[in-house]
Design a protein around this ligand. Structure first.
Ligand SMILES: Cc1cc2nc3c(=O)[nH]c(=O)nc-3n(C[C@H](O)[C@H](O)[C@H](O)COP(=O)(O)O)c2cc1C
Length: 185
């Protein structure tokens, strides 16, 4: 898959078919995360893949946005993104870059993903025995998509919505975010 297609067509997916994801695809996603840029090349990030029965408890400790009713279409795996605070206490740029590698890789393998920041940190830490020197930065839900999502260029509202059962995700127009040589026109 070419890069342009991956960047433009990847959408957050919140409803999944119940077909299992092969472990080698999950490993491949983490392997691609390794190649992301890392400040001072400190590489503080580690990942827990959850694809056993614990995924039920992960589902109960995350919040999917928007009018989404996916109780019958739950993710079949999760990647928990951890950062070792003994290595870097400001890892958020590293996290964003690595997570983008993961979601684009997953998309190239026909997977849907949703990055989740609304998570119950305490419950997930306890469930997965995560040591206290690791911060839980994000959770990525994965599975084969059972919904369609498209983008739409907008000027005003950025709230995503459903139309004819398709998720529509407003994106700002290029002309509204680009500046050459000065902020003022
Ligand atoms: C840091 C971060 C946290 C997010 N947290 C959530 C979340 O808790 N729940 C959710 O349903 N979506 C979450 N999202 C997904 C966004 O809602 C989604 O990226 C946005 O609506 C744009 O849609 P797109 O990914 O299809 O382009 C998160 C995305 C990012 C980057």
């Amino acid at each position: 898959m070419n890069l342009r297609k991956a960047i433009e067509k990847r959408r957050s997916i919140r409803a999944f078919s119940q077909k299992e994801i092969p472990e080698k695809i999950l490993r491949f996603c983490i392997d691609q995360a390794r190649f992301a840029p890392s400040a001072m090349n400190k590489q503080p990030l580690e990942y827990i893949i959850v694809n056993d029965r614990k995924r039920e408890q992960i589902f109960n400790n995350i919040v999917f946005g928007g009018q989404v009713n996916n109780k019958e279409k739950k993710p079949t795996a999760y990647i928990i993104v951890l950062s070792n605070s003994n290595i870097n206490q400001n890892p958020d740029y590293d996290v964003g870059l690595a997570v983008q590698n993961i979601v684009l890789t997953a998309f190239s393998q026909k997977m849907g993903t949703c990055i989740l920041g609304s998570i119950n940190q305490k419950a997930i830490r306890s469930l997965l025995n995560i040591p206290f020197n690791f911060e839980i930065k994000l959770v990525i839900a994965l599975g084969y998509p059972a919904e369609k999502s498209i983008t739409q260029e907008v000027e005003s509202s950025f709230e995503y919505y459903r139309k004819n059962n398709i998720l529509v995700v407003p994106k700002r127009k290029l002309k509204n975010i680009i500046h050459f040589n000065s902020y003022e026109e």
